[in-house]
Design a protein around this ligand. Structure first.
Ligand SMILES: *[C@@H]1O[C@H](CO)[C@@H](O)[C@H](O)[C@H]1NC(C)=O
Ligand SMILES: *[C@@H]1O[C@H](CO)[C@@H](O)[C@H](O)[C@H]1NC(C)=O
Ligand SMILES: *[C@@H]1O[C@H](CO)[C@@H](O)[C@H](O)[C@H]1NC(C)=O
Ligand SMILES: *[C@@H]1O[C@H](CO)[C@@H](O)[C@H](O)[C@H]1NC(C)=O
Length: 513
């Protein structure tokens, strides 16, 4: 019997268990694991304590296009708004406790501009200031780093009305003054700042296809907008966002960095485009798409100008960076955040300019087949994350990267159902962790990984119908009761040192080698 036991012990220790399993100790020292949300998507208290509307309040109250996305996919329309959402404004203490129990190193959230400075410019709202001070203090008290996005979609409606928001260069000064308030008020405790979230998609959805606020577009690139010009405005809005970002970074570096010793960057949507077929035309289309999507911001941030392919295709409609601006923009980051979701396929299409359907990046002359499947249980092989990181390494000098969003959204048949069982989400996330590890091992300079989302949020395209949370929120209960899904336990186990058995094919191949 003892001999048999010894035999089993020997057998077990001979198995390549340690080599095959992934633990957080395999990541570089100081690597940050977290989870995130954004203000409009979780705070609620939309009209409370002096907060004024953002363009998102206006949008959701008009009965937004969120419905169209859902109806097209065969779901019934969702009329939810961010009025209450997860009501984090009233439950932040419970949430920080949950984060602490889960073992998060960091929480990524955003400050609502119209809560802190309700008119967009001028007077600070003392209640807004108090709320963010309390949230930050509570996080620090529990040993959780705050990673703060200064502007995440919720542009003050008053400035939209006054000068058309991002379309005016006046945005740059107002944004910089707002960022200054954030640095001055919270920078003693916040060491990771993000100026702007996803300027490379906010400008497309807001000014090209017009599906999201401020809903500007022109035919044939979008329909039913009240105004706009899809051929020019996306580029103008992006230009102002880029300059606003650079302006805030200069301010931070000149005035705050020495004493506050923090890091500042920008977060881009990091979709990755693969060719739809193996023809050379489609390969070129995918390259072009990646240059339009990622290069739009990465190229000026690294090289001080827009990508050559955008300059040549967009021509005179592409804004110019002056020598002075170029100097200010290039190198204006300590890290780049990427929000990463499953990839897309690009197809060369000369007629893309004339397509009467939704067709963003018409100037790239490609059509895009999003392969993101919204069926429950669908898991996309995560190779695109590795390709994106490899691209950043080879083309943009391997910048320090934070993966600030990566997550899986399901659409339950009964949206209000309390659902603990989300093992597909854990598997999805683990796939990405494995690919991330392999990329880091291969030289990519990734510093952190944040699950989207910490808890169920008001989703920008799908309202309350699509759920991304590690923690669920009972949207029918008055207190918005939180509950930990299986994926929260899975993540917690990993964060507390547990071993993950391999799931992704690339990791299995690596572990076997
Ligand atoms: C545009 O508006 C018309 C008229 O209200 C409506 O029938 C159509 O469905 C709308 N299209 C989209 C894509 O919203
Ligand atoms: C958009 O602006 C360009 C350049 O000013 C102009 O040529 C074009 O006609 C405008 N398109 C629309 C739909 O207004
Ligand atoms: C594309 O893939 C098909 C099927 O795998 C193959 O037969 C063909 O030779 C490939 N073409 C090119 C240009 O690589
Ligand atoms: C690892 O990096 C090298 C050099 O940049 C590259 O050629 C290779 O494709 C990378 N491998 C993976 C799996 O990304």
């Amino acid at each position: 019997m003892a001999l048999l036991l010894l035999f089993f012990i020997l057998l077990l220790s001979a198995l390549p268990r340690d080599a095959a399993a992934l633990t957080r100790r395999d990541f570089p020292g100081g690597f940050i694991f977290g989870a995130g949300t954004s203000a409009y998507q979780v705070e609620g208290a939309a009209a409370e304590d002096g907060r004024k509307p953002s363009i998102w309040d206006t949008f959701t109250h008009q009965g937004s296009n969120i419905r169209n996305v859902l109806v097209k996919a065969g779901y019934s329309p969702d009329k939810s708004t961010g009025d209450v959402a997860a009501d984090q404004y009233h439950h932040y203490k419970d949430d920080v406790k949950l984060m602490h129990e889960m073992g998060l190193d960091a929480y990524r959230f955003s400050i609502a501009w119209p809560r802190l400075i309700p008119d967009g410019r001028g007077k600070i709202n003392p209640k807004g200031l108090e709320y963010y001070n309390n949230l930050i203090d509570e996080l620090i008290l529990h040993g959780i780093q705050p990673h703060v996005t200064i502007y995440h979609y919720d542009f003050p409606q008053s400035l939209q009305d006054e000068y058309n928001g991002l379309l005016s260069p006046r945005f740059i000064d107002d944004y910089t003054a707002y960022a200054n308030t954030c640095f001055k008020s919270f920078g003693d405790r916040v060491k990771h700042w993000v100026t702007v979230n996803e300027p490379n998609i906010e400008t497309i959805s807001g000014f090209d296809d017009g599906t999201l606020p401020p809903r500007r577009c022109s035919y044939p690139f979008g329909v039913n907008c009240t105004g706009g010009n899809s051929s020019t405005e996306p580029y103008i809005a992006a230009h102002h966002l880029l300059l606003a970002h650079a302006s805030a970074v200069s301010l931070y570096r000149d005035t705050y960095k020495v004493t506050q010793k923090g890091h500042i960057g920008i977060t881009l949507l990091g979709l990755w485009y693969e060719p739809a077929t193996n023809t050379s035309q489609d390969a070129a289309a995918a390259t072009r798409m990646n240059d339009f999507h990622i290069g739009w911001f990465m190229y000026p941030l690294v090289y001080g100008d827009y990508p050559p392919v955008m300059r040549s295709r967009v021509g005179a409609r592409m804004p110019r960076l002056t020598v002075e601006q170029s100097k200010k923009v290039s190198g204006s980051f300590d890290f780049i955040g990427f929000n990463h979701y499953p990839d897309n396929r690009a197809r060369a299409d000369k007629s893309a300019f004339n397509l009467k359907q939704r067709d963003y990046y018409a100037d790239a002359a490609v059509t895009v087949d999003p392969i993101t499947d919204i069926q429950e249980g669908y898991v996309e092989p995560p190779c695109a994350l590795g390709k994106l990181l490899e691209h950043l390494k080879l083309k943009y000098g391997n910048p320090p990267v934070m993966i600030y969003e990566n997550g899986y959204g399901d659409i339950p048949k009964t949206p209000s159902k309390i659902d603990y069982d989300d093992d597909y989400r854990s598997e999805f996330l683990q796939n990405y962790l494995e690919v991330l590890y392999l990329s880091i091992r291969n030289g990519s300079d990734v510093r952190g990984y944040f699950v989207w989302s910490f808890l169920d949020v008001f989703e920008v395209l799908y309202g309350n119908v699509r759920r991304f949370g590690l923690c669920g929120v009972d949207m029918n209960s008055e207190r918005r009761t939180r509950y930990a899904r299986n994926s929260a336990r899975w993540y917690s186990g990993f964060l507390k040192g547990g071993e993950l058995r391999p799931v992704s094919p690339s990791w299995k191949a690596y572990a076997a080698a």
